[in-house]
Structure formats: C-alpha cells, structure tokens
Design a protein around this ligand. Structure first.
Ligand SMILES: [Zn+2]
Ligand SMILES: [Zn+2]
Length: 133
C-alpha cells in the first residue's frame, strides 16, 4: 500500500495498512535525531510493516531514558521507524515515504520544547506535550 526507503536506497520497506494518526514532533529527541526543527511521524501497525531490502543494514539506537528504539540506515543515517518494545507502538518517519501521501500530520506536539527559530504558521493544533487522547 505504501513504500519507502532511506536516502542511499539500501533499505526499503512496504506498509500494508493505512497510515495512522500523525504528528509534527518538536521534542528535543526528534530534533536531534532528525537534525532539523521537528520530525513528521505517524503511528503504523507493526505487523503491516515489512523491510523489503537491506534489513541487515538497519541499526538500532535504544534510548535507555525513554525505552524507545530508533531504527535507521547504518549506511546513510536516514531514520525510518521507532518502536516501543512490548507496547505494539511503531512510528513511521513520513519523510522516508516514496508513495505520495495526501494527508499529512494533523497537529504539532511538544511545541514547549521547540527550537526558538522554529515558527509554526500552518494553523494546525499545537500541544505543549503529547495529547493523551
Ligand atoms: Zn541508507
Ligand atoms: Zn519527538
């Protein structure tokens, strides 16, 4: 249904399900992991996510503080997905998609920790942290 890949093309994936709720995340961890102002993330079903190429090149960064595992291409550094073991939560980095996606994230989260030079102008709802609903 959706296909994506990393910058160098060595790692590719297929998602056999609809993409879930998306957020622009401005937290410090996403800023550092992306090297930019925020990450464009969306929830996906882990059982529908399949690495179709370059699985051996995927590396994991396990953050002991958050328990989150960030998976990225070890060759070019592109972030692909994050997983929270034992919870069934998987988050896709929407910038890695090759299939066009019409509807992007619907909100900004962790805006309380956004970079000072990051100005939000798109009128989407903003949350200081992650909304619980
Ligand atoms: Zn790569
Ligand atoms: Zn974040």
């Amino acid at each position: 249904m959706y296909e994506g890949s990393c910058l160098c093309g060595a790692v590719a994936y297929r998602l056999d399900a609809e993409i879930g709720k998306g957020y622009f995340c401005h937290c410090q961890r996403c800023r550092k992991a992306s090297g930019s102002a925020y990450a464009a993330n969306a929830l996906i079903a882990p059982e529908a996510f399949h690495i179709t190429r370059g699985e051996a090149l995927l590396s994991d960064y396990h953050n002991p503080e958050t328990g989150l595992i960030r998976r990225f291409c070890s060759q070019c550094g592109s972030p692909m997905v994050s997983v929270r073991p034992g919870t069934g939560i998987m988050v896709l980095r929407l910038g890695s998609l090759d299939t066009p996606l019409e509807q992007g994230p619907g909100a900004h989260i962790f805006v309380a920790s956004k970079a000072q030079w990051d100005h939000i102008h798109d009128g989407l709802p903003c949350f200081n942290e992650r909304p619980t609903a």
